[in-house]
Design a protein around this ligand. Structure first.
Ligand SMILES: [Zn+2]
Length: 345
């Protein structure tokens, strides 16, 4: 038995995986979109299972209040304002240096999602907002890629494997996004770490199962099952879904999210008193130059991945790709003005 087989011997001993399944995991290419509470746990689980290639996509940095749930990150990451994609890759390579890791610090948008999913076998959803989920759904249905949806608020969550043309898609499940106030959010309702771990592990299991079974199983027999958990009550339910006749996405192949018809250049971050501003076209941001320019105007924190500038009651965080987060306002116009004032555009 070689080192690789020795590491995974208990997983190989589990018959549905076996030696062949372990080889398929080693050859699998998975994208994890969002590396917050769900995504960072999923990335760790899949690395530990022996998935050979992981593309790690996240736009954010690690903060102190992430640490109760986001078990991959450390206090050092929070103090150093490490971006989640880079921090995750660093911790995962310490777990298994043979895993190929491709960290991407960026916001997933209709402009870049096709490229981000290039060469990927399956996508796992670690996001926390509906707009990105609809975008992932559009892209995956358009590209014929399976994806694993998961979501959690409080101690209640859900997860589902979506295989285009075979199972219900995300818009069959939820034709329109609920209003932000109805859906609640992790900022207003809270969320607890052990519940996140259950949903993330369930999503990881669905991805693992798809990888090891895809050759043997007829995809038309793939169950269209949403699993819903109320973990505080210890309640787990399986809901059988059906593809919705005339679903605009998986039947009519209309992809408004992928075509950018639903996206905005300034996105209000619900409950965070913050707005994300996309980089205006034509603007190129050099973080070092920007930090130099802002020093003397207010407090500046500079890392290789971001520059954070605080003045009055606003904090502006600018990433290497030019995107910024403006804390201290929920008004997109104000956020854009602050961006233009200090960065340009
Ligand atoms: Zn559908």
């Amino acid at each position: 038995m070689n080192d690789h087989q020795d590491r995974f011997r208990r997983q190989i001993a589990f018959k549905p995986v076996g030696v062949d399944g372990q080889r398929m995991l080693a050859n699998a290419r998975v994208a994890v979109v969002g590396l917050g509470a769900l995504g960072s746990t999923i990335a760790e689980r899949l690395t530990r299972c022996g998935v050979g290639y992981l593309r790690l996509i996240d736009r954010d940095w690690v903060e102190l209040d992430n640490l109760p749930r986001q078990t991959l990150y450390t206090l050092h990451d929070a103090e150093y304002h490490s971006t989640k994609a880079i921090a995750a890759a660093s911790h995962l390579s310490a777990i298994d240096p043979t895993t190929k890791l491709d960290p991407i610090v960026a916001d997933v948008t209709h402009k870049n999602i096709r490229k981000m999913l290039e060469g990927i076998d399956i996508v796992v959803d670690g996001t926390d907002n509906f707009e990105v989920r609809y975008l992932i759904n559009d892209a995956c249905v358009a590209l014929g890629l399976p994806w694993v949806h998961g979501g959690i608020v409080g101690a209640a969550g859900q997860a589902m494997l979506i295989e285009p043309d075979h199972t219900a898609c995300f818009r069959c499940l939820l034709p329109e996004a609920p209003p932000a106030t109805a859906a609640g959010s992790c900022d207003t309702v809270g969320v607890i770490g052990p519940a996140v771990g259950v949903i993330a592990s369930w999503q990881s299991l669905l991805a693992l199962q798809w990888i090891v079974e895809r050759k043997d199983q007829d995809p038309s027999k793939r169950p269209s099952t949403l699993t819903v958990f109320d973990l505080w009550l210890g309640d787990v339910r399986k809901i059988q879904l059906h593809r919705v006749p005339n679903c605009p996405c998986c039947h009519q192949k209309q992809f408004p999210f992928l075509e950018g018809k639903h996206s905005t250049d300034a996105q209000v971050m619900c409950g965070k008193n913050a707005v994300q501003v996309q980089v205006p076209s034509g603007i190129r941001v050099q973080l070092q130059d920007l930090a130099r320019k802002l020093r003397g105007e207010g407090d500046v924190v500079e890392t290789p991945f971001l520059v954070r500038f605080s003045k009055d009651n606003c904090t502006l965080t600018v990433f290497a790709d030019g995107r910024a987060m403006v804390h201290g306002t929920e008004d997109p116009a104000v956020a854009r003005k602050i961006y233009q004032r200090w960065v340009g555009g």
